[in-house]
Design a protein around this ligand. Structure first.
Ligand SMILES: C[C@H](O)[C@H](O)[C@H]1CNC2=NC(N)=NC(=O)C2=N1
Length: 101
């Protein structure tokens, strides 16, 4: 899926529809809090499946009961693109089933 860099305004508009997500260092990011380390690990595994399906991959950091992720699009010069938001929306859709907040 070709994806062009989004403007600052486009990014801010899209972020308004994604509570918990923010922009930092040309990446969109969110930290999820879970009930246990195993729950956090399961969320990472689930996100990995979706990322391979979309062929778009975030940087993921697994903590004790947290999952932090950030993403931009390498092929667009490490800019934020619509593909990053498509991934974020997919993750938002699956995270609640893991008890993530
Ligand atoms: C060959 C493969 O399609 C590319 O390397 C994909 C894989 N995952 C990716 N992930 C991210 N975040 N940006 C990319 O440009 C990207 N490109």
């Amino acid at each position: 899926m070709p994806s062009e860099p989004l403007s600052q305004k486009e990014i801010e508009d899209r972020l308004r529809e994604l509570p918990g997500w923010s922009l930092a260092d040309n990446r969109i990011q969110r930290t999820y809090h879970l009930g246990s380390h195993l729950a956090a690990s399961a969320l990472v595994a689930h996100i990995a499946v979706v990322q391979d399906e979309l062929d778009h991959h975030s940087d993921l950091t697994l903590g004790y009961d947290t999952v932090r992720l950030s993403v931009n699009t390498h092929s667009a010069g490490d800019a934020v693109t619509e593909t990053d938001f498509a991934l974020a929306e997919r993750i938002e859709g699956l995270a609640p089933a893991h008890g993530a907040s």
